[in-house]
Write a protein of this length. Structure first.
Length: 235
């Protein structure tokens, strides 16, 4: 369910209401970006990140509770970050953290536009050069590699889990929680205590089930909104 030219899901994090309003306006003027939310604290931002795929976080480094660097450490490695702040004091540390850009306040619209071009260039490069992802599992007393992109869903089976692809079903000694931690959270979602689905393989869904390759999987009603939010950026 991928869009061939997806917009980058963007989240804004700044304790200043004025700055959030300004950044919201700037993001909305960029056709390649899609604003997923603007937040004044890390806790609310973390919650949103757990619900949807976030490609880009634009944040002030001076935050309540924790600083921006601690916040960035919890992000998915594919999520780009842009720091906006009033001082160049944190610049060296910021680039040690792999930020895409570092902007000084007051924000300049032209400079922000150049920043977006840099973001898009990095996004395209990452997706063009990304190697086939796999994870190592132990099956029948042997280690083997499983192509994550080929997974349709994961199913609980007592003390084991079953990995389902179009061509095989592999039984692995693991808990659902441990398996969920191994899978990219931007592409997989636990829809039921017994099922984790590959979002890119979802064909259809209702309030109680998900359809993948002609198979109906049960879904907890409480997960429907999360599924809708996660599928939306995929187009």
């Amino acid at each position: 369910m991928k869009n061939s030219n997806p917009k980058l899901g963007t989240l804004v994090l700044d304790p200043s209401a004025t700055q959030r309003t300004l950044l919201t306006h700037m993001v909305n003027k960029q056709p390649q970006l899609k604003l997923l939310g603007a937040y004044d604290n890390p806790t609310a931002a973390y919650k949103r990140i757990s619900e949807v795929k976030v490609d880009l976080v634009i944040l002030e480094v001076e935050l309540p509770i924790i600083d921006g660097f601690n916040f960035m450490e919890a992000l998915n490695e594919d999520t780009q970050t842009v720091i906006i702040t009033a001082s160049s004091h944190h610049a060296l540390k910021a680039f040690d953290y792999g930020v895409t850009d570092y902007l000084l306040k007051p924000l300049d619209p032209h400079r922000f536009g150049l920043c977006v071009q840099k973001i898009l260039k990095k996004y395209n490069w990452l997706h063009q050069t990304k190697k086939k992802e796999s994870m190592t599992i132990r099956c029948d007393l042997q280690k083997r590699e499983v192509d994550i992109s080929e997974l349709l869903w994961v199913e609980a089976m007592g003390d084991y889990v079953k990995l389902i692809t179009k061509t095989e079903r592999v039984v692995v000694l693991s808990t659902m929680k441990a398996m969920a931690n191994k899978l990219p959270r931007d592409r997989f979602l636990r829809i039921h205590r017994s099922y984790i689905v590959n979002l890119e393989k979802v064909d259809n869904f209702t309030s109680t089930s998900v359809e993948i390759s002609g198979n109906l999987l049960p879904m907890s009603r409480s997960r429907k909104t999360s599924l809708e939010n996660r599928l939306e950026p995929l187009g």
